[in-house]
Design a protein around this ligand. Structure first.
Ligand SMILES: *[C@@H]1O[C@H](CO)[C@@H](O)[C@H](O)[C@H]1NC(C)=O
Length: 457
């Protein structure tokens, strides 16, 4: 409650107090320390709310018929130089037409100007318009804090040859500090043609990457809020190598049968809060993979999809490290998994200090699962001795229904058993009339309060 009613507005108005938002984590029994955020300094001159410094008196500021774009560019430059408050720019001012043709060049120019502003900039994507973009890099570092306000719709081009240079990404934000991307707008990956070419849909085709709709790479002090992200080519929203992230009020949707369309993917990212998001896709609702630490997801609604996942970890004998994850207040409906930790045989490293609490399951196939024999490929995976160590995991107040007979499954490694697994007040019953049971192998379990079903062995 504190976080919601006080902390977030505080963050909005006084970003310099940002790291104090993490104060509440100190109570955590696993000593989850989110305070590393202090190491990152942000400029004191950041003014998140600024008066609009518009161009309303600049009628000729953009003339689409003008061949010489540098006239208005110069004007913007002089405004940027003299303004004391952040400048508001519209993508339309840079030639975006939202007429069904490609608007990438206009967005690139707009970003370049906004990013070069020394007193901060608000870049607006106006509402009631659809802008079409090819893959595009929004790169930093920027001179000062930047806000991208998306009110309209941004749609991906569907020509796959546009992605020749890099099939992995569509909208790519790279190396930006103090960035906010927000608004009630829509980001549409137009993924259908990519899904059709997936080897998961058409087994005759080779397995190939498809673009992530929105990637934030190496961003520090990032806020992503209010957007609707839909029909991604592959994953919807990825935070990669970021530090200090607030992601909230996001609405992520794709059909339940769309392949690999994870909702929010967290990789090598530290200090991230994901709040109040609704995610319905064809793959993981939230996936948290190696190098991620201090991850908190609160108020998450999932389904359809594959549920909330830590992993997969340790693929191809890799070392993986995930720690300090809290998933609190989630509702999962009709998902293939509820809360899952999945690791491949042959990996190393750890997944530790993890809490799943206050979670409601509606007809979830595997409500609670740790799978250390995860294998997501066409050939079966061979037996291997080493494993990513899973330890210190608390499941607290988890209730609802299981679509399968196995409501709880701990399929842990024989050589690296799961350690310190706590089940507190768990009540999972079958959706249909059968019995629900728990399957437990190579796991050290502690029960607190009422736990149902208990392990049969
Ligand atoms: C529960 O899930 C199963 C399998 O996913 C599905 O076949 C069934 O119709 C669902 N039942 C309800 C009541 O939603």
């Amino acid at each position: 409650m504190f976080l919601k009613t006080h902390c977030l507005p505080l963050f909005i108005t006084l970003i310099s107090l940002f790291s104090s938002c993490f104060c509440i984590y100190r109570e955590d029994p696993f000593h989850i320390g989110f305070r590393q955020g202090h190491a990152y300094h942000r400029p004191r001159t950041y003014h998140p709310y600024f008066g609009t410094f518009g161009f309303s008196n600049q009628r000729n500021y953009y003339n689409p018929n003008s061949a010489n774009l540098f006239n208005y560019n110069n004007e913007i430059w002089s405004r940027l130089d003299t303004a004391r408050a952040p400048v508001t720019l519209k993508v339309d001012d840079f030639g975006a037409l939202a007429n069904g043709r490609d608007d990438s060049e206009a967005f690139k120019k707009a970003w370049k100007y906004a990013c070069s502003s020394s007193q901060g900039a608000i870049l607006v994507v106006p509402q009631n318009k659809i802008y079409r973009l090819k893959p595009i890099d929004f790169s930093g570092p920027c001179k000062s804090a930047l806000v991208l306000k998306i009110y309209g719709t941004i749609e991906a081009t569907v020509d796959h040859s546009d992605y020749k240079k890099n099939r992995r990404q569509w909208l790519y934000f790279d190396n930006v500090q103090n960035l906010r991307v927000e608004g009630e707008g829509v980001i549409n990956g137009n993924g259908r043609t990519w899904w059709q070419k997936s080897c998961k849909i058409n087994k005759a085709l080779p397995c190939q990457e498809a673009p992530t709709a929105v990637t934030f790479n190496e961003c520090i002090n990032l806020r992503v809020a209010g957007l609707q992200i839909k029909n991604a080519q592959q994953m919807h929203l990825t935070f990669q190598k970021c530090v200090n992230v607030q992601a909230f009020n996001l609405y992520v949707t794709a059909p339940g049968n769309s392949p690999n369309t994870d909702g929010i993917h967290v990789t090598e990212t530290q200090n991230i809060n994901i709040n109040n998001c609704v995610i319905s896709t064809g793959d993981d609702c939230i996936s948290i993979v190696s190098g991620s630490k201090n991850v908190r997801a609160t108020g998450i609604t999932c389904g359809p999809g594959h549920g909330i996942s830590i992993g997969s970890l340790g693929a191809r004998n890799s070392a993986a490290y995930v720690s300090n994850v809290i998933v609190n207040k989630a509702t999962l409906s009709g998902t293939a998994n509820g809360v899952r930790i999945k690791t491949w045989q042959g990996g190393s490293g750890y997944a530790k200090n993890i809490k799943f609490q206050n979670i409601v399951m509606h007809n979830v196939s595997n409500p609670i699962i740790i799978d250390q024999n995860y294998c997501d490929r066409q050939k079966p995976c061979s037996k291997q001795v080493s494993a990513v160590q899973v330890s210190n995991v608390l499941y607290q107040n988890i209730r609802g229904t299981s679509a399968s007979n196995v409501a709880m499954k701990f399929d842990c490694s024989r050589s690296f058993p799961c350690q310190g697994i706590f089940l507190q007040d768990v009540a999972l019953r079958p959706q249909e009339e059968d019995i629900a049971e728990a399957s437990c192998s190579n796991v050290r379990l502690s029960y607190i309060g009422n736990v149902s079903p208990p392990c049969s062995s």
